[in-house]
Ligand binder design. Structure first.
Ligand code: SAM
Ligand code: SF4
Length: 448
């Protein structure tokens, strides 16, 4: 019998990327192969995001497109998974009749069995139970042979007023340090150079575990035993960011000096309505201590503009915070009301045109800051992990510094993806740095 094939389409954050790689692993372990294109696939899986309305609309439009493809190729199964699937459950079938199966974020392990049931009965199946179906033993099929994601925890207990994540990803639960360590060590043995540890709030890692564990301890264990040269983590929550973690960043050679620390807003009144659990002053103290403890640490952030009740003066406070903290980069968003969240019932909405105006103003200030920060690197020699050919010039290489800055540099010597190369920075723009391999062609290590 011919092997069945699957095509996975992923929308949204790194968490979804990691889930898709896991689902690809589960399907391959159960006898599927990954299809070359959606047109030839027996199963098309759309892993969706519902963080903002735009992301959700994208999921519906993709499902519509694949629905047409299915009409031309009856027998193809169309599956919706991820946050929209979890949020709407059986409601998906009313909106999108072409869908054959809806599977929730905690139920991935049951995917092959669900598909078999649809085939056997010819009827759509929905499994969005919030209880975990457990972890499938299959290893993820990863997109990269150099960089990998590893979940250290799932879900979120924070209930920020704007955020749908706790509703679609369930309660916070941490994986045991031994499980995480085993996965990361296996990546090390397979020649991976970088691992990003994922959680919605990695700083609360270990809560509820017996025996007790914390995130700084997990980093220490990974640094000591896993054989991975670069370790990153995301996302940090300011209210739980500890001095212990700052010291781990300072002391552990594998842990990269880069922290994503979402501020969200610069006005205390907005932070309070967002239920973020810190004030601007507390954030200021954390970033101050972090920069004092960890030399050259890169700090990036998330900002939401136009949260309900955000006045012109509140927005001005966010602009001032940006100018004060001089983040290395930001992700910025227009507030998007999400059903079921506390903020969705708040009055005093900011008009869409005003949100758009604020976003442009914010991004243009940050553009100057990021560019200036990048220019500060000109003349320095930095360690670059080579990722592959540069997109702009296939004869050049692209890689990243420990602070996660993109560096493009002309090919020199026998470099391959996965090498660490010392690069002298010769130029800088908003999006990336330019450089040349530093004297002596210092290739420090090579992918096995
Ligand atoms: N757990 C992380 C945290 O606490 O920052 C990330 C959560 S979310 C996947 C990534 C970012 O999306 C958030 O930091 C926030 O800035 C933004 N976001 C979440 N809900 C939003 C909403 N309703 N409207 C606009 N932006 C939103
Ligand atoms: Fe959403 Fe807040 Fe949890 Fe991040 S910490 S996932 S923003 S509720």
């Amino acid at each position: 019998m011919q092997m069945r094939s699957a095509w996975l389409e992923t929308l949204g954050c790194q968490m979804n990327e990691a889930d898709s790689e896991k689902m690809a692993g589960i399907l391959c372990a159960e006898g599927y192969r990954l299809a070359e294109s959606p047109e030839e696939a027996d199963v098309i899986l759309i892993n969706t995001c519902s963080i903002r309305d735009k992301a959700e609309q994208k999921a519906f439009s993709l499902a519509g497109r694949f629905g047409q493809l299915k009409r031309r190729r009856p027998g193809t199964l169309l599956v919706l998974t991820g946050c929209v699937a979890q949020k709407l459950g059986a409601g998906v079938l009313e909106r999108l009749p072409a869908i054959d199966a809806v599977i929730g974020t905690a139920r991935m392990a049951g995917l092959p069995a669900l598909l078999e049931r649809v085939r056997a009965t010819g009827r759509p199946e929905v499994d969005t139970d919030e209880a975990s179906a457990g972890e499938h033993p299959a290893a993820p099929v990863r997109a990269s042979r150099i960089k990998a994601w590893t979940n250290v925890m799932f879900g979120c207990d924070n209930h920020c007023a704007y955020c749908v994540v706790p509703f679609v990803r369930g309660r916070e639960r941490s994986r045991r340090p031994t499980e995480v360590l085993a996965e990361v060590a296996a990546l090390g043995r397979n020649g991976y150079r970088e691992v990003t540890l994922l959680g919605q709030n990695v700083n609360s890692y270990g809560r509820g575990l017996v025996p007790a564990a914390d995130f700084a301890g997990l980093l220490r264990a990974i640094d000591g035993t896993a054989g991975i040269p670069r370790v990153r983590f995301t996302t940090s929550h300011p209210k739980d960011f500890s001095t212990g973690l700052m010291r781990a960043l300072r002391d552990l050679p594998s842990v990269c000096e880069a922290v994503h620390l979402p501020l969200q807003a610069g006005a205390d009144a907005v932070l309070e309505r967002m239920n973020r659990g810190y004030t601007l002053e507390r954030y200021r103290r954390i970033i101050g201590e972090l920069r004092e403890t960890v030399a050259d640490v890169a700090v990036t952030t998330d900002i939401i503009v136009g949260f309900p009740g955000e006045s012109a003066a509140d927005f001005d406070d966010t602009m001032k915070a940006l100018a004060e903290f001089r983040f290395d980069g930001i992700f910025s968003f227009r507030y998007s009301p999400r059903d079921g969240t506390a903020a969705s019932t708040m009055s005093d909405e900011v008009a869409e045109e005003e949100k758009a105006r604020r976003l442009i103003e914010l991004q243009s200030l940050q553009r100057e800051i990021t560019e200036a920060r990048n220019v500060e690197h000109v003349g320095r020699v930095v360690e670059v992990l080579v990722e592959g050919p540069s997109r702009r010039d296939p004869r050049a290489w692209k890689g990243r510094t420990r602070a996660n800055r993109i560096v493009n540099f002309p090919a020199a010597g026998a470099i391959v993806a996965g090498d660490f190369v010392q690069v002298r920075i010769t130029g800088a723009g908003f999006l990336s740095l330019e450089g040349r391999v530093a004297a002596g062609d210092l290739v420090a290590a090579r992918c096995g």
